[in-house]
Design a protein around this ligand. Structure first.
Ligand SMILES: *Cc1c(COP(=O)(O)O)cnc(C)c1O
Length: 377
């Protein structure tokens, strides 16, 4: 039998990854089925130790999802109703959702036009007497200016919580995403750079006291069995998902190298102004992105999407509306605020990206998009 790659190009190819790791993933999952400790089994602590060492922090806590990670971190910071959390309007809804669920108020600060990341230079002006937390999002796999954010936070006695849902493995000056702030939250949703086979997430911190509080919140505020010292959530990541990640971790460094090589080829094709009406999101000097998404900015996105679609190339938009234009969060900011994020939302387009993207498929994406750009000139 010939193992044929699926004919249709996938936006994110997870099947090739599974074929490459099938023996160890299946073996790891079978072992969980055999020992039967589906919640808080031995794989949970094993994964947490591996994650802490990879990220370079004292504590890694697995949790039920990236959203739950953000919520648990914010609950642990003990926000009072009306406390404010400064964040970006250009993110997945979970970022703002966690802030509101924790009883706080999101304050949206606009993003940089070339990176789509929160603009550190605008943060100080948004700080008020109720500000407690700065919550940057490492969008598309690249961290924001964590040095500048940390300096602002220190000046005003604020905590930085990194939403690292898209950036597991990314670095700033050689230090990993997750180790760049007092606390960070990541996601292991299947399509993220490190994904499990369901929902999962993790929290990272060097702060022993905060780690302990988050550990209690994760299991209904329990310090010991049936000893509930605070209000918590049912926020554990199950053992099977931890087993999947343990099997996937050894391949991650190779996968990140592949992602960066694919991104470099996209950059070479689209960068430098060579393609009219088309430019890539920029990755700043001193940082590495894990390219959870490879995203370009287009003058006429709908037309480009139609062109790519007719060539059988899948694309996605992250995100079509800034959060302050979503009905659920519109009350927190004026519609005209954050014009950069609003403009980006009509121009961004994410192209096929995964470690196992083939050279042929990538060439097809590049050729189709360049042909589209030059035909419009
Ligand atoms: C995926 C994502 C989340 C939420 O993670 P889940 O595991 O899906 O709950 C939060 N923030 C950002 C920026 C994300 O991309």
């Amino acid at each position: 039998m010939i193992l044929e790659r699926d004919a249709a190009m996938e936006f994110i190819d997870l099947k090739t990854q599974y074929r490459a790791l099938q023996a160890s993933i299946d073996d790891r999952m079978r072992r969980v089925m055999a020992h039967g400790q589906f919640i808080m089994g031995p794989e949970v602590a094993e994964l947490e130790a591996a994650l802490a060492s990879y990220v370079g922090v004292r504590h890694a806590l697995t949790v039920a999802s990236g959203t739950e990670a953000l919520l648990i971190a914010l609950m642990a910071l003990d926000l009072r109703p009306g406390d404010e959390v400064i964040t970006t309007p250009f993110s997945f809804a979970a970022t703002a959702e966690a802030i509101v669920l924790a009883g706080a108020v999101p304050v949206f600060v606009d993003v940089e036009a070339d990176t789509a990341l929160i603009d550190a230079a605008r943060i100080e002006a948004a700080i008020g007497p109720r500000t407690r937390v700065i919550l940057p999002v490492s969008l598309y796999g690249q961290c924001a200016d964590m040095g500048a954010l940390g300096a602002v936070a220190d000046r005003h006695g604020l905590t930085v919580l990194e939403d690292a849902a898209q950036s597991f493995g990314a670095t700033v000056e050689g230090r990993r995403s997750g180790a760049l702030s007092r606390v960070a939250a990541t996601s292991f949703f299947p399509s993220k750079p490190l994904g499990c086979y369901g929902d999962g997430g993790a929290l990272f911190t060097d702060d022993d006291a905060l780690a302990q509080v988050m550990r209690e919140i994760r299991v209904h505020g329990q310090r010991a069995r049936y000893e509930h010292v605070r209000v918590g959530v049912g926020g554990r990541m199950d053992t099977l998902q931890c087993a999947v990640l343990l099997a996937k971790l050894p391949r991650l460094p190779w996968e990140l190298t592949q992602r960066q090589a694919h991104a470099a080829r996209y950059d070479a094709a689209f960068g430098g102004g060579g393609a009219p009406g088309l430019r890539p999101i920029v990755c700043r000097q001193g940082r590495t992105s894990v390219h959870a998404q490879y995203t370009v900015l287009l003058d006429d996105r709908d037309d480009a999407v139609a062109s790519l679609r007719s060539a059988g190339i899948p694309t996605a938009v992250h995100y079509p509306k800034p959060l302050h234009h979503q009905p659920a969060y519109a009350r927190y900011a004026a519609r005209e605020s954050c014009p950069v994020a609003t403009r980006l939302s009509s121009r961004v387009l994410s192209l096929p990206m995964s470690a196992d993207l083939t050279a042929d498929d990538q060439r097809r994406v590049i050729d189709t998009l360049l042909a589209w750009a030059h035909a419009r000139r």
